[in-house]
Design a binder for this molecule. Structure first.
Ligand SMILES: *Cc1c(COP(=O)(O)O)cnc(C)c1O
Length: 410
């Protein structure tokens, strides 16, 4: 096949750049994006070629920006798509699926998708050190995958993250640096560091490559539905990359002749305490106004989202919508998903399900439609969100009598 990746291209002025660790256009400061040779890819890709591929996100390698064999993420992706019958009954809808990215990935969140691509690319570029600015899940994934790929690793996080997410980075033995500030402070500092140190920052200088990994979340949904796009996909947003790439994935599969023209509405979920993308949609504005985050959904607590305006455009173009979830609604939705489908998601999943419920109640999602809810992270990493919000266990002496007595009170 001819080269599938032509280089990079500015999303604003379309100026072209070579395939290098660059992320901003020097002329208009627009973000750079991978520029594919779709004509060449179309000749070699088919449903059958994908189905013959590995049971990982690399089955879509033809539409991912690496040149050689993947060096990372061999066990990431191809997570379950679950028909959620109990949840359908609870929500009063006819056909609802959970795309469950909280399991099967090495670090139990959808970030293993983006990191698989970013670190494979970092190796191709010859970097020996990788890094990231993270709200937690990205840190876990970069740290774990750096260990696998034998790369040095520096992790930058807000100092007040959930302990589960801090330990789930430290265990892989990277250098972890907690910053006394918000994610947006961490990100600003990292952008300065990226200009001075020859490191591959997954979500800064490698961002154009990193972001492409998100597309596989949606490719899998389509393939798992028997090569059909659903009527609705609901996903959470932090920096807005996943939402944007769900839109791109739908377009690419159609462009490659793999599916009919999709009519999927893409909906975005954010917390009320940090919802700059949803605010823009609700206010019908063209700007994403930064906010100061205050929410238990820390993985989504990005007040100044890098892809905010593109996420807004993706949702609008698809005919989708956005909603906020309060902290109480997030917890309630986490419990609903657990008690109906046996899935323990983190706060971000609570945001997504709470927002799905609202969009159904508002009539923005028709009860007869085919709905896919994106669950992107695992609840064991954010247990403190449920502390004092679930009942205490019953404590008894190890005696049958004690148990019998307890039974009379239940
Ligand atoms: C990072 C993250 C997202 C969304 O990320 P974007 O920056 O919007 O691509 C969603 N869910 C979880 C659990 C995450 O960690």
């Amino acid at each position: 096949m001819e080269d599938k990746v032509l280089g990079l291209k500015c999303r604003e002025c379309e100026r072209k750049y070579p395939k290098e660790p660059l992320h901003v256009c020097e002329f208009c400061f627009g973000p750079l994006e991978v520029d594919y040779n779709y004509e060449a890819i179309r000749k070699s890709i088919s449903r059958e070629s994908i189905e013959r591929g590995p049971a990982s996100l690399w089955r879509y390698v033809d539409l991912l920006p690496i040149d050689g064999e993947p060096a990372d993420g061999l066990h990431s992706g191809f997570t379950p798509l679950i028909r959620a019958k109990n949840l359908e009954a609870a929500l009063g809808v006819q056909e609802l699926y959970i795309k469950d990215d909280s399991v099967c990935h090495p670090t139990l969140s959808f970030k293993d998708r983006v990191v698989s691509v970013a670190l494979s690319k970092a190796k191709e570029f010859g970097f020996d050190t990788v890094s990231c600015a993270s709200t937690g899940n990205l840190a876990n994934s970069v740290a774990a995958n750096a260990a696998i790929a034998n790369l040095n690793c520096f992790i930058f996080i807000p100092a007040d993250l959930e302990i589960g997410k801090v330990i789930a980075s430290l265990v892989y033995n990277p250098t972890v640096i907690g910053i006394t500030g918000t994610y947006d402070d961490v990100n600003r500092l990292c952008s300065e560091i990226a200009g001075l140190y020859p490191w591959a920052f997954a979500n800064i200088n490698l961002r154009p490559f990193y972001a492409e990994g998100s597309k596989t979340f949606c490719y899998e949904i389509i393939e798992q539905l028997g090569w059909e796009a659903p009527d609705h996909i609901i996903v959470p947003a932090a920096g807005g990359s996943l939402v944007t790439k769900v839109g791109k994935a739908l377009k690419e599969f159609h462009l490659m002749g793999l599916i009919d023209a999709p009519a999927t509405k893409i909906h975005v979920a954010q917390a009320e305490g940090c919802g700059p993308i949803v605010n823009t949609l609700k206010e019908n504005s063209d700007f994403v106004k930064p906010v100061r985050p205050n929410t238990i959904a820390k993985s989504l607590a990005i007040g100044n989202p890098a892809d905010g305006i593109y996420a807004v455009a993706t949702v609008r173009d698809s005919g989708g919508d956005g909603e906020h979830a309060t902290d109480a609604e997030i917890v309630e939705a986490m419990k609903l998903l657990a008690s109906t489908e046996g899935i323990f998601t983190e706060t971000a999943g609570g945001v997504t399900l709470a927002v799905t419920k609202k969009l159904i109640e508002r009539g923005r999602i028709d009860r007869a439609d085919r709905i896919v809810v994106g669950i992107t992270g695992n609840g064991l990493k954010t247990v403190e969100a449920l502390t004092e919000r679930v009942p205490e266990p019953h404590i008894i002496q190890p005696q049958l009598n004690a148990f019998r007595k307890l039974m009379t009170t239940l």
